[in-house]
Every structure is written in structure tokens, then in C-alpha cells.
Design a protein around this ligand. Structure first.
Ligand code: NAD
Ligand code: WQD
Length: 359
């Protein structure tokens, strides 16, 4: 197995990106991170270094839509492959500002592809999303289930997949792995890395964690009249450590195939909102207060993955269950009640890494 040694990670300071950086560093990859910190903090790099035992090689403060700045990054390093996380990801926000979502997610991806092409870099691992399936009628979802995006965020991810598919079709030197994550949650078991949303969390798990430590009073459960056993929405939660491990496998294997290949990444089992509330209560040793409200617009009853393709292909299996997801999310929240910005951090930001100012 040949492993590409130097990898550009766009969005490497974010939730999934930071955990993936640790996994890749632990497996010998040299990393060049590109991030504009629009939804993250450069403080994460000292934690990545502490967790992995070595630093990312370089960090560039660049908006991926700025192809000149991005091009300079590729000029400076000899790049073998790219993992592309950088995107905007809040479904609700995407309905209020669709142009921004298409600009960042689609425009950012085309800028990256142009720069990769100009620099002869052709191996890409892309962050896609279960949201592209929309309101599906048959579970579990397979990679060939129809895409029916119901909001601009999901549509932007689906548009990226179609662009990537065309690029691979007409420029066969490109090899792309698109990973459709279901609901990544949890945190690094050390408590050093985790999900650090800005403002009121839009997603269930970080909200539960903030209620558990008393930062918020009570969870709002969005609807208990879905056609599910307890009436609340069912999702396929997957530990971020398992998602990170899948990216390492993807990079190990990206050069083996041809064209574009797509894989679901889920645990393959559904958990309802009330089941997750109970699991979180068990993790923190006291019940989580909640109140049922009306359905959240755009929500669907259930989304569960069939991830057998990635298991067959690379032997990937999720290692962490729902109890571990809750335990690790809680540990991170307890150790970092207000996220990275406000927690004491004795190691200088990005110690050992070449942190750039905006380019
Ligand atoms: P995140 O917001 O924590 O990370 C995204 C990172 O990209 C952040 O560090 C942000 O600052 C950076 N970024 C955003 N726009 C940028 C730009 N124009 N230039 C440079 N950097 C930019 O999100 P995440 O949860 O880690 O998600 C990573 C990827 O996975 C995204 O593409 C997201 O759409 C996808 N995804 C996430 C989930 C999820 O539930 N977290 C599910 C499916 C897919
Ligand atoms: C899970 C369940 C809510 C918050 C989103 C994106 C998807 C993907 C993963 C990026 C639902 C309920 C939530 C709350 C609640 N991300 N809920 N109270 O919507 O399944 O998926 O993240 O690609 O694209 O759409 O995740 O965590 O927001 O919701 O009752 O305060 O929890 O209604 O049933 P979702 P979520």
C-alpha cells in the first residue's frame, strides 16, 4: 500500500478536521492545514500537537475561495493529496443565506479543484453529508438511494458531488472519495478536542452537553409526533473518532481506484432523540431536563445508513457506541465549558507549527 505522505487538510481546525488531523499525524502523514477560522479557532493546533505527539507541518490562514492564496500554499509545499472539510454546515443558516452557502461550499470546492489541477494534485477525499438524501422513504440508506436535497446546504453538497463526478469523468487522472457522514458526534477521549459551536448549538449532541453542565437550562425536543416508536426523530450517530479513522483509511486507499467513489459513513443503527437524552443522562449521572416543542422545519423522521460498502472495501467498522459518544462529548464540555477560546491553555497557539497570518 502506497501512502501519500503530504496532505493538505482544508478546514483542519474544525470539529471533524481536528480529530482527523490527530489520526493522520499518528499514522505518519505530514499535514498542511488551510483554514479561515470562520467556524473554529487556531488554539486547536496546540491541542492537536499534544494529542498526536507531533505538530502539523504548516498552517495557512486562507479562505479557500481565494484561489491565488490557495495556489501559493500549493506552490510552497509538495502536496500528494487533499482532504477537503472546509465548508459552511448549518442547515437553518443555509435557508436564510443560500448564496453564501453555494459560494463557500461550491465556489470553495471549484477553487480548490482548479488549484489542484494546476499543481498536478489529483487525489481528494471530500466531506459529503447524509443530508443529500433528504426525506427518504426507505431505510437504511445505501449510496445509490436517490439524492433529494431539501435545503441549500444539502443541495450545495450534492452539487459538489456532481462536479466531482464530472471532473473524474473528463479528467481521469483525478481520484475522488466522497464520504457521506451521517451524524458525527462525541469528542476525542482525552477531552482535549471536541465540538465547539459558536453561539446556541444547532445540533442535538452539543446542546445536550451544554444542558448537562448547566450552561443551558433545558433541551427543546423538536417534535414527538413522528412515525417512530417514541415519536421523536431517529438519526444514525457516529463517533467522530470513527469518522477520523475512516479518513485515514480513505487516504491510504485513494490512489488504488479510479474516478469517483462514494461511501456512507454511519454506525448503521438509529437512535431517537429521547433515547439520546436518556443515554446522556446516564453518562452524566442525572436526568437531562427537556420540553417537547413543535417539529423543526425541514426535519425528517429518520435517517439511518447502510455502511456495508465501506466495511467491505476497507474493513472499516465503527468502534464506539452511543454511550461512548455521550461520555466523550460530556468530558470535553466539562473540561472546556466555553470551548477553546475561554479555556486555559498552557501551550502556545500552534506551538511548533508555521502559523501564517491572513494571505
Ligand atoms: P466545522 O465548521 O467545525 O469545520 C469546518 C472548518 O472549515 C472550520 O474550521 C471553518 O473555519 C473552515 N472553513 C469554513 N469556510 C472556510 C473557507 N471559506 N475557507 C477556509 N476554511 C473554511 O464543521 P465540521 O462539523 O468539522 O464539518 C466538516 C465537513 O464535514 C464540512 O464539509 C461539513 O459540511 C461536513 N459534514 C459535517 C457533518 C456534521 O454533522 N458535523 C455531517 C456531514 C458532513
Ligand atoms: C438530530 C435530531 C432534531 C436539536 C444535521 C444536518 C446534517 C448533518 C448532521 C451536516 C433531530 C433533534 C436537535 C435540538 C432536537 N450535518 N433536535 N433538539 O438535523 O439530523 O443533521 O447534522 O452535514 O446535514 O442536517 O442533526 O443534531 O440537528 O438533530 O430535538 O435542540 O435531534 O429534530 O431529530 P440533523 P441535529
Amino acid at each position: 500500500m502506497r501512502t501519500p505522505s503530504t496532505v493538505v487538510v482544508t478546514g483542519g481546525a474544525g470539529f471533524i478536521g481536528s480529530h482527523t488531523c490527530v489520526e493522520l499525524l499518528e499514522h505518519g502523514y505530514e499535514l498542511i492545514v488551510v483554514d479561515d477560522y470562520s467556524n473554529s479557532s487556531p488554539r486547536v493546533f496546540s491541542r492537536i500537537q499534544r494529542t498526536a505527539g507531533r505538530p502539523v507541518h504548516a498552517v495557512h490562514w486562507v479562505d479557500i475561495r481565494d484561489r491565488h492564496a490557495l495556489s501559493r500554499v500549493f506552490d510552497r509545499h509538495s502536496v500528494d493529496a487533499v482532504v477537503h472539510f472546509a465548508a459552511k454546515k448549518a442547515v437553518g443558516e443555509s435557508t436564510r443565506n443560500p448564496v453564501e452557502y453555494y459560494d463557500t461550499n461550491v465556489g470553495g470546492t471549484t477553487a480548490l479543484l482548479q488549484v489542484m489541477q494546476d499543481h498536478g494534485v489529483h487525489d481528494l477525499v471530500f466531506s459529503s453529508s447524509c443530508s443529500i438524501y433528504g426525506d427518504a422513504d426507505r431505510m437504511p440508506l445505501r449510496e445509490n438511494s436517490p439524492a433529494r436535497p431539501t435545503n441549500p446546504y444539502a443541495a450545495s453538497k450534492w452539487t459538489c458531488e456532481r462536479i466531482l463526478s464530472d471532473v473524474c469523468r473528463f479528467r481521469p487522472e483525478f481520484r475522488v472519495l466522497s464520504l457521506r457522514y451521517f451524524n458525527p458526534v462525541g469528542a476525542h477521549p482525552s477531552g482535549l478536542l471536541g465540538e465547539d459551536p459558536r453561539g446556541r448549538p444547532a445540533n442535538l449532541m452539543p446542546y445536550l452537553a451544554q444542558v448537562a453542565i448547566g450552561r443551558r437550562e433545558s433541551l427543546r425536543v423538536f417534535g414527538d409526533d413522528y412515525p417512530t416508536p417514541d415519536g421523536t426523530g431517529i438519526r444514525d450517530y457516529i463517533h467522530v473518532m470513527d469518522v477520523a479513522a475512516a479518513h485515514r483509511l480513505a487516504l491510504d486507499h485513494v490512489h488504488e481506484g479510479t474516478g469517483m467513489r462514494v461511501f456512507n459513513l454511519g454506525a448503521g443503527s438509529g437512535t431517537s432523540v429521547l433515547e439520546l437524552v436518556a443515554a446522556f443522562g446516564a453518562a452524566c449521572g442525572r436526568p437531562i431536563p427537556y420540553a417537547v416543542e413543535g417539529r423543526r422545519p425541514g426535519d425528517v423522521a429518520a435517517l439511518v445508513a447502510d455502511s456495508s460498502a465501506v466495511a467491505r472495501e476497507w474493513g472499516w467498522q465503527p468502534k464506539y457506541g452511543v454511550a461512548a459518544m455521550c461520555r466523550d462529548a460530556l468530558r470535553f464540555q466539562r473540561l472546556n465549558p466555553f470551548g477553546y477560546e475561554d479555556s486555559a491553555d498552557p501551550v502556545a497557539v500552534a506551538a511548533g507549527a508555521d502559523v501564517q497570518t491572513p494571505e
